[in-house]
Ligand binder design. Structure first.
Ligand code: 3HC
Length: 295
């Protein structure tokens, strides 16, 4: 299959990453089936796409017509078979738990066409292990977008142990069609390249606050204004979702060892369901203006 043969993309999971990926694919001209397990989840994802496209149009980054036609190309769905049966390429972006993802691949194998490529947007989990749940491990790879997908340029294209080189080439071509810059990740190791660096940074920031030596604002001020990162560490955790960072760390801890032990501060936020921007509160309160970081 060449990239020109891809017309319809199914995106499984309409959360932060799923709806963002669906938006990017629709903007690139693809027909997109956006699927989640509940009507309210898929509807919320669809509304987020609408919000984002309006925002881009407001800022003249795209035209009103482009915003409208992109939204028209997105079909929100709950029915699994309907979402995947005509898809040439499937991007899975369901929660970052091995069991949940494996269940989804079991169902996907049942309904997807034999030619379709499966790509997981996992932030950390083993591509090889996930691919082995399917009957097409050679047509399976990682396609890891960054949050927010519509703004972030990078896409990691990750090879599992069984992935065909042609599938990696195709996925890179698709990322380019979407206006992104793909980077090939040859080693299927926890967190791949970016999250192996970025998530421990968020964790270390949390340990510093947990120790009582620093405040959230002090750490964020230093990482943002002195180190020059676009967001403070806690601001970034709120952006990606504290639960996502926590699950990535939990997996890295299990596979790579104690250096990656998640800070209890993160576990506490997950327990309280204060997950960041998506729930209105995380380390900062977004109903109250969000991060106020001293310069
Ligand atoms: N669609 C459209 N507009 C959006 C948007 C979206 N999805 N998200 C934010 N915006 C809008 C905001 O509403 C705001 O609009 P306003 O100006 O009208 O209030 C505007 O964009 C924000 O833009 P700013 O000018 O204030 O900020 P910048 O343009 O300078 O940058 C950013 C925003 C690109 C998000 C930048 O802060 C950044 O790069 N942050 C770091 C993000 C990052 O590192 N992401 C990767 C995390 S790791 C990951 O995702 C992997 C995962 O597996 C864990």
């Amino acid at each position: 299959m060449d990239v020109e043969d891809i017309n319809t993309i199914a995106v499984l999971g309409a959360g932060n990453m799923g709806h963002g990926i669906a938006e990017v694919a629709a903007l690139a001209g693809y027909e997109v089936n956006l699927r989640d397990i509940k009507e309210e989840f898929v509807q919320n994802g669809y509304e987020q796409i609408e919000w984002s496209l309006d925002k881009l149009a407001e800022k003249d980054q795209i035209s009103e017509a482009e915003a409208e036609s992109s939204l028209d190309r997105v079909t929100p769905l709950v029915d699994f078979e309907e979402a995947v049966s005509d898809a040439d390429f499937v991007v899975e972006a369901v929660p970052e738990k091995m069991d949940i993802k494996k269940d989804v691949y079991g169902e996907l194998e049942e309904y997807a066409s034999d030619e379709a490529v499966f790509a997981t947007n996992t932030s950390s989990l083993s591509i090889t292990e996930l691919s082995e749940v399917t009957e097409r491990p050679e047509r399976f790879c990682g396609m890891h977008f960054f949050n927010p997908p519509v703004r972030m340029q990078l896409v990691e294209v990750i090879s599992g142990a069984h992935t065909d080189d042609e599938v990696l080439d195709l996925t890179e071509d698709l990322a380019e069609e979407m206006g992104k810059t793909p980077v090939r990740v040859r080693k299927d190791s926890p967190g791949f390249i970016v999250n192996r660096i970025l998530v421990p940074l968020m964790n270390e920031a949390a340990w510093m606050v947990e120790s009582g030596d620093y405040t959230i604002e002090e750490v964020d001020s230093a990482t943002k204004f002195d180190m020059g990162l676009p967001m403070g560490s806690f601001e970034l955790a709120d952006q990606v979702g504290i639960d996502v960072g926590y699950h990535v760390l939990d997996y890295m801890h299990e596979v790579l060892g104690d250096a990656y032990e998640p800070c209890p501060l993160l576990a506490q936020k997950v327990e309280e369901e204060k997950l960041g921007k998506k729930t209105g509160e995380g380390f900062y309160d977004y109903e109250d203006g969000g991060a106020q970081i001293p310069t």
